[in-house]
Design a protein around this ligand. Structure first.
Ligand SMILES: NC(=O)c1ccc[n+]([C@@H]2O[C@H](COP(=O)([O-])OP(=O)(O)OC[C@H]3O[C@@H](n4cnc5c(N)ncnc54)[C@H](OP(=O)(O)O)[C@@H]3O)[C@@H](O)[C@H]2O)c1
Length: 335
């Protein structure tokens, strides 16, 4: 059974994101007195005195492999980013504990993806769905709070804190009225991005919590005339395509122009599916809750396929969230 994630390493992970702001480098996560810290690797590449050490090799995208030395430390593991599932190798008889290994496998691909996007001037997209065992993200009437559990909520807030922006579709704003801020963990708030081609998310008199604080952006079609509900909200026009829709590529270009190089795409189904259909997702997280609804909204809305070979392939990794499952899925090209 996979392990629960490691709360004690959260602040060290935030520090890792900051250390990678100027480009790829090797890092060391060290546990002292039960707390994890993140620091650059020493010049002699040897583990420091600590209860456990996780070396994290730089994400350079080349075949060149950094080397690390366990020195006198007793529990040392090396994490190497790979194009898909990362690789962890113990340098000592027992490596770092299983919770830290799970934590690294879930969050270091996010930290590296966000850092790489900044240096290559693109937008890293991590999408997320919380679904039942039968693949539903909401009841037929749209009610979805909460299919996930406490650990999923904390996970979502970690993801928001690690990435520049969090994005949702108009229906999610109208149905769920999310705040999209970081409250369940320590960390910075992301820019809050609402995708609403028609501007529907701005219509009506109803108060929407997503527009409460500075840092909200609504992406609308460039032919739509809408008014921002408060001075906190910026309307960003996005060039529409021939179907009068917004292509994810155009949405990402508009987001990048706002200085956002990584987003957490939190739903709903139509939004995540439009990105998935055009290959605009780098990594998809699927939280599988221990529940069956038997009816309701499907996790994805994609064109009909006639044969299973036309399905979309992924490479997957998994972790446990308080008895639920968190899948990290990397989209693969079809053969
Ligand atoms: N379990 C979960 O993980 C989870 C997460 C989030 C939401 N939900 C649930 O999911 C439901 C909402 O999902 P949904 O699929 O109905 O809607 P949605 O994805 O939240 O919103 C769809 C709307 O977003 C805009 N949009 C998204 N992508 C677009 C694109 N490429 N081009 C143009 N506009 C785009 C459009 O707004 P316009 O119509 O204004 O053009 C579209 O109608 C709710 O019931 C919510 O509770 C569940």
């Amino acid at each position: 059974m996979p392990c629960e994630l490691h709360d004690e390493a959260w602040l060290a992970l935030l520090a890792a994101g900051r250390l990678l702001a100027d480009g790829p480098r090797d890092l060391a996560f060290c546990e002292r007195d039960g707390e994890w810290h993140c620091e650059p690797v020493r010049a002699d590449r040897t583990a420091v005195a600590a209860e456990q050490v996780l070396f994290v090799a730089a994400d350079t995208g080349t075949d060149e492999e950094s080397t690390f030395d366990a020195g006198a430390a007793t529990r040392v593991t090396v994490y190497r980013p790979r194009e898909r599932v990362p690789e962890l190798t113990d340098l000592t008889t027992a490596g770092v504990d299983a919770r830290m290994q799970s934590f690294a496998r879930v969050y270091l691909p996010i930290v590296h993806g966000a850092a790489r996007a900044r240096t290559t001037d693109r937008v890293f997209v991590a999408a997320h769905v919380t679904q039942t065992l039968d693949g539903r993200i909401a009841c037929t009437n749209g009610q979805s709070q909460w299919i996930g559990n406490e650990a999923d909520l904390q996970h979502a807030h970690r993801m928001r804190a690690l990435l520049d922006g969090v994005a949702v579709g108009a229906n999610t704003v109208l149905q769920d009225d999310p705040k999209l801020t970081v409250r369940h963990v320590e960390g910075p708030d992301p820019k809050r991005l609402v995708i609403s081609g028609t501007g529907r998310a701005l219509a009506g008199e109803e108060h929407r919590q997503v527009f409460d604080a500075p840092g909200s952006i609504v992406l609308v079609r460039d032919d739509v005339t809408a008014t921002a509900p408060t001075s906190h909200v910026e309307l960003v026009p996005v060039e529409r395509n021939c179907r009068d829709d917004l292509s994810p590529a155009a949405i990402l270009a508009a987001i990048k122009a706002q200085g956002v190089h990584s987003i957490y795409l939190e739903g709903g189904a139509r939004t995540v599916s439009s990105f998935l259909a055009t290959g605009a997702i780098d990594l998809l997280q699927v939280h599988v809750a221990s529940m069956v609804l038997g009816s309701g909204l499907s996790s994805f809305e994609l064109p009909t396929v006639e044969h299973v070979r036309d399905g979309r392939p992924f490479v997957m990794d998994h972790a446990s969230l308080q008895g639920h499952l968190l899948l990290t899925c990397w989209p693969q090209p079809r053969d």
